[in-house]
Design a protein around this ligand. Structure first.
Ligand SMILES: O=C(O)c1[nH]c(=O)[nH]c(=O)c1Cl
Length: 312
């Protein structure tokens, strides 16, 4: 059974990697990803300057076991740290490297993209339009005009194939509008769907308190509970972006959800909450589970069923 795939023209030995933000903020984290059975890795979204992020507790798995809530606040080492990592990365390692950029302004995104473009590295840039946890900063992914304006500046600047990380959309008109924008940019070759479902609220029954400290307890939701929203966003953009690819993320706890993401159209699949809770051994487990599912169903490669979700 062949779990390999291609994204943005790069070959991934298998389709699994981390969701940006999980197991990817420091070199120690990233080394764990390199040593794991993932097919690639992506760095924590970088801002121009180092950020401490929001006060803790800022991430928790939910008592229900159905997911997680986070309001990290974009903690990261600053973009130069990840630029340096990318300069020292062993690109012969078969595991492609993705770099996530989440500038607090278009000017910051421009400066970071210019630095990466000038370095002429084989890593793939992904612009995060969907961080829901920086107080006072509305996420770009829900401002269609601002997103198009940003792409009008960033796409020509990046020149090479790149991707964007998107928030979940919940209205067909939003899928249509967003896809129309993305189809204007030839080098925007993939979208990653979905980022966390923004601004949920987890309340503890006993203590009658919000679970996390930042933003009165409001934070992005992840894990199994967001699976069906994730599958919808993957399939909506798979149908609307001919010639482009979709990376699926949201709700993956086993090979079964990976299989569903590929049926919905995903070229690669990321793991967030389950990686955070289980650790990098999750990649070996889930690759094996997916292999067993494909054998049981008689599939030899991902291409045989990618995007082939049936309708009634
Ligand atoms: O609070 C965060 O750091 C964060 N948390 C998320 O759930 N998604 C993001 O894109 C980011 Cl940048």
């Amino acid at each position: 059974v062949d779990l390999s795939t291609k994204v943005a023209g790069l070959s991934l030995p298998n389709l699994l990697f981390n969701a940006s933000g999980v197991c990817c903020q420091t070199e120690t984290d990233l080394k764990l990803m390199i040593e794991s059975e993932s097919g690639s890795l992506i760095t924590k979204s970088a801002t121009y300057e180092y950020r401490e992020g929001n006060p803790s507790p800022r991430y928790l798995p939910l008592p229900s076991g159905l997911g997680s809530i986070n309001s990290m606040g974009l903690p990261n080492e600053g973009y130069e740290y990840y630029l340096n990592f990318a300069k020292n990365y062993d690109y012969s390692s078969k595991k492609p490297l993705f770099i996530s950029l989440s500038g607090l302004s278009l000017a910051d995104n421009v400066k970071m993209c210019e630095a990466f473009v000038a370095a002429e590295l084989p890593c793939v840039l992904e612009v995060n339009f969907s961080c829901p946890n920086v107080p006072g900063k509305p996420q770009l992914g829900y401002d269609m005009e601002a997103m198009e304006s940003a792409l009008n500046v960033l796409a020509p600047l990046i020149k090479k194939p790149f991707g964007v990380k998107l928030p979940p959309y919940f209205d067909i008109a939003h899928f249509d509008t967003a896809a129309t924008i993305f189809n204007k940019f030839d080098n925007l070759v993939y979208v990653t769907c979905i980022n966390s479902v923004g601004n949920g609220l987890a309340i503890d029954f006993e203590t009658e308190s919000a679970l996390i400290k930042p933003k009165d307890g409001f934070g992005g939701l992840g894990g199994l509970m967001v699976l069906n929203t994730a599958l919808a966003n993957v399939n909506a953009f798979y149908r609307r972006l001919p010639g482009k690819q979709v990376i699926g993320v949201g709700g993956v706890t086993s090979g079964k959800e990976v299989f569903l993401h590929v049926l919905a159209g995903a070229s690669a699949v990321q793991i967030g909450t389950t990686l955070k809770e289980e650790g990098p051994t999750v990649f070996a487990r889930i690759n094996k589970e997916l292999t067993d599912i494909m054998i049981a169903k008689g599939y030899k490669s991902l291409d045989e069923f990618r995007g082939k979700v049936k309708t009634l």
